[in-house]
Design a protein around this ligand. Structure first.
Ligand code: CMC
Length: 429
């Protein structure tokens, strides 16, 4: 028998709603008919208890520390796949065969260049602008360059947009970096892998090519995999909400980038590294932790805590391993900030404030240290995150547009403002 939930309103009225079950995870109460039947809304700021869509892409069990992309555990994907295989998986639902992978890589590789006019767009930005500010502008502008395939009702056009975004993001991110340091743009090279090509576009200069180091390429590729998707987080929900109006995917991804930039979301690894610099020395950890625990200070332990993971963030463990690999490869195991981070993590994990609130290191606690060791400046960290998350954003956008139940997103509110009143003429106010 179909399960139902009954809502008693306290005024004698009660209503039944269907319960819907997914393949795993909590069941949901389908309240779509609530307002029509009962004339009331639900109140859920921050969406703590709201499933905003149905999805087959990513599953998280925050209590168990589980993250699955299309059913595959993140640990196995990080170990056995590269980022483009993961992109294929997110977009099409299955891991590619060797032939499919070759075709996909070929397609992405042959879309990495950007329109030459787009390169000129950068000149309009100040050199000292934050690269994320530039990214929001440049990615939003893509619809002005690639309007040949913008019919979102056409699966073919949607697929072309997805290829273009995944292929061009490394070029756009690297150009944002080169522009900020006053170096010439480096064009993509088709004989390199996706991630090696990105590193070369970031670090090569006309006077000297970039020597690819496979350990470092693998580390960055892993960062891409770990950040590729994360279910209905703030930026993904932003992409979906923007896209629900029929807006073009480049505009939607630009909106996602703007949301990701916030320090409570993608800006956390940048904030985490700044925090480590500010603490400066292991002897100051006690003082810093006292400040974090004093609510009036407004200071948080960046890289700790997560809305969904309340046991551990599986990505944090993988990132910690990668951190060791990279620092060993570069002979940096005595790195000051890395040692400080390890000491800070230990103190926090033994402190009742963090234990009782289930606050554990999240992926950003170590990803900043890895990126810094790779030579990526702090201001670029969130751009790297946006590059990786574009795969998830575009997969989620595609899923939404193809969903027969898709509707424009339109939350309601609990109004607490003035009730109706009359306007007085200015002389009488
Ligand atoms: N440092 C100190 N206290 C914290 C922290 C922290 N990092 N995170 C949460 N708390 C406390 C918070 O003050 C509250 O305490 P109390 O119950 O006494 O009022 C309690 O823990 C619950 O916090 P919350 O703000 O209700 O939790 P949330 O689920 O809304 O916030 C979060 C999640 C990620 C915004 C928050 O943990 C945070 O600000 N962390 C630091 C920023 C960070 O590392 N963000 C990256 C998230 S991972 C990247 C991604 O997936 O996008």
């Amino acid at each position: 028998m179909d399960k139902k939930a009954t809502l008693h309103l306290g005024d004698g009225r009660s209503f039944e709603f269907p319960m819907l079950a997914g393949t795993t995870g909590p069941e949901v109460v389908d309240i779509r008919t609530l307002y029509g039947k009962a004339g009331v809304f639900t109140y859920d700021p921050g969406y703590l208890s709201t499933a905003s869509c149905n999805s087959t892409i990513t599953y998280i069990d925050g209590d168990q520390g589980v993250l699955l992309y299309r059913g595959y555990p993140i640990e196995q994907l990080a170990q056995h796949c590269d980022f483009l295989e993961v992109c294929y998986l997110l977009l099409y639902g299955e891991l590619p065969s060797a032939k499919q992978q070759a075709e996909f890589v070929g397609m992405v590789t042959h879309h990495t260049m950007v329109h030459e006019q787009l390169a000129r767009l950068y000149q309009g930005f100040r050199r000292d602008a934050h690269p994320m500010a530039v990214m929001v502008g440049v990615v939003g502008a893509l619809s002005a360059f690639y309007h040949d395939a913008l019919d979102i009702s056409s699966p073919e056009d949607r697929s072309i947009c997805a290829f273009r975004l995944i292929a061009k993001m490394p070029t756009i991110v690297a150009m944002s970096y080169k522009y900020s340091i006053g170096q010439p743009f480096v064009y993509p090279r088709n004989d390199l892998s996706y991630t090696a090509n990105f590193m070369r576009m970031m670090f090569a200069v006309p006077a000297e090519d970039y020597k690819v180091n496979q350990v470092l390429v693998r580390a960055l590729d892993r960062i891409f995999i770990l950040h590729a998707d994360h279910e209905q987080n703030a930026s993904t929900s932003t992409v979906r909400l923007s896209g629900s109006s029929g807006a073009n995917p480049y505009a939607c991804i630009a909106a996602g980038i703007a949301c990701l930039w916030g320090p409570a979301h993608g800006g956390a690894n940048e904030a985490c590294l700044e925090m480590l610099e500010e603490i400066g020395d292991a002897s100051k950890i006690g003082e810093f932790i006292r400040k974090v625990k004093d609510k009036s200070s407004g200071v948080r332990l960046m890289g700790f805590g997560h809305r969904v993971y309340k046991n551990h963030d599986p990505r944090a463990k993988l990132m910690r391993e990668t951190c060791h690999e990279v620092l060993n490869e570069l002979g940096l195991h005595n790195d000051r900030l890395f040692k400080l981070a390890l000491a800070l993590e230990k103190v926090a994990l033994e402190d009742d404030y963090f234990v009782s609130r289930k606050l554990y290191p999240n992926v950003d606690f170590y990803s900043g240290i890895v990126q810094r060791a790779l030579g990526i400046p702090v201001a670029m960290f969130t751009c790297i995150f946006s590059l990786a998350r574009t795969a998830g954003w575009i997969a989620q956008w595609q899923e939404m547009i193809a969903d027969p139940e898709y509707k424009i997103g339109r939350p309601r509110q609990l109004y607490k403002g003035a009730t109706r009143r009359e306007v007085k003429l200015i002389a009488q106010r």
